[in-house]
Design a protein around this ligand. Structure first.
Ligand SMILES: *Cc1c(COP(=O)(O)O)cnc(C)c1O
Length: 363
């Protein structure tokens, strides 16, 4: 079927219609299930109908078999634990989400860790001997981009597995499995669920053997999602197409304001033809989302800007309904003190740009 993104989001993971049954999926919160014939649900750590509905929905959009986890980091760390053995080489983005690097360094022993900037250079020597190459594109917070198909070809030639952290793009923005990656990992805390009211993550893959190992490890390690969060995420997913469209519209308008303002430098948004990442992004991304990164002079300028804005809240995380900004140096990212990651929400573009312009003019 060639349904559009909106139709696919609204209908993803729904059961076939049955008279008298609820139209939307309903949460099943049970820990225990009546035992009987083998094969049914038996205990909430192993499986649950509410997970299955969300996994069917996200898996349909990603184009693979999906497993949900208690958080994005639960998904990332499960992948690392299942795929890597002591002595293996893992390639990680030096400019990607910081906890992926610190988890490997502080909580997994015996690995050879190779950190590579998302923008590259990507060559055979960078992936040589690697067991796993984890990409994050667009990267967080710098919004650099790498060519998933090209890096996958290089990594596969070296015998490595390729995983892409697809959090920023979401399955509507980019389909790494179709571009040649083996695994998608993501934090669904962000735009996928979109309402800033839950923490959740997932892994998708077309490799049935890997999916089975991940499923067994998830049940054994117990890093499972709460069914209520899974249900809320499924509810949020229904409007992903609408939210991303408004967020990208806002990002484009905000990008123009930021680029024109003398108090701002280093504006990044892969959706703009003026962005250095745009040529690769336009080849592999289906849409560009609402996250924009830019720099003000210093920490004080950021505080003054946030104090003067009516619509931008200081908050970490991104992808929600409300426009938020996060000064990433606060969390130890290796970025300038005045760098802000701005997550455009679903406000009206004219209100948001007027508010931003007024706040910047006060600097
Ligand atoms: C937020 C984030 C994570 C971690 O997800 P949690 O749901 O917070 O555990 C991983 N990768 C990226 C790119 C993120 O933005």
């Amino acid at each position: 079927m060639n349904d559009g993104d909106g139709t696919r989001c609204v209908h993803a993971g729904l059961e076939p219609a049955r008279t008298g049954e609820p139209l939307p999926p309903q949460p099943v919160l049970a820990a225990q299930f009546h035992l009987g014939e083998p094969g049914g649900d038996f205990y909430g750590r192993a499986d649950n109908p509410t997970w299955r509905a969300l996994e069917s929905a996200i898996g349909d959009l990603d184009g693979g078999d999906c497993l949900v986890y208690a958080s994005g980091m639960a998904a990332v760390s499960a992948l690392l634990r299942v795929v890597l053995r002591p002595g293996d080489t893992v390639v990680l983005p030096s400019d990607g989400y910081y906890l992926a690097r610190s988890y490997v360094r502080d909580h997994m022993g015996g690995l050879d860790v190779r950190e590579v900037p998302t923008a590259g250079e990507w060559s055979a020597s960078v992936v040589e001997g690697a067991r796993l190459v984890l990409l994050e594109t667009p990267s967080n917070p710098g919004l650099d981009v790498c060519d998933i198909a090209a890096v996958s070809a290089l990594a596969h030639a070296a015998g490595a597995l390729v995983a892409v952290d697809n959090t920023t793009a979401t399955p509507l923005g980019q389909r790494p499995l179709e571009l040649g990656a083996d695994v998608v990992v993501a934090s669904d805390t962000k735009a996928l669920s979109g309402h800033s009211d839950l923490v959740l993550g997932h892994i998708s893959t077309r490799d049935a053997e890997l999916a089975a190992r991940l499923r067994a490890e998830r049940t054994a390690s117990g890093a499972v999602a709460g069914p209520f969060e899974a249900w809320l995420a499924h509810r949020g997913l229904g409007t992903l197409d609408l939210r991303l469209a408004r967020q990208a519209e806002n990002a484009a308008a905000v990008y123009a304001v930021l680029r024109a303002h003398p108090a701002v430098r280093g504006v990044r948004w892969p959706g703009s033809v003026d962005d250095p990442a745009h040529p690769v992004a336009a080849r592999q991304m289906r849409r560009f989302g609402g996250v924009v990164t830019f720099e003000l002079a210093d920490e004080d300028a950021v505080a003054a800007f946030l104090g003067a804005s009516r619509l931008v809240s200081a908050a970490t995380s991104f992808g929600g309904l409300h426009t938020t900004a996060d000064r990433r140096a606060r969390w130890g990212d290796a970025v300038p003190a005045g760098l802000l990651r701005l997550s455009c929400g679903c406000e009206d573009p004219s209100d948001l740009t007027a508010d931003l312009r007024a706040a910047l003019d006060r600097l």
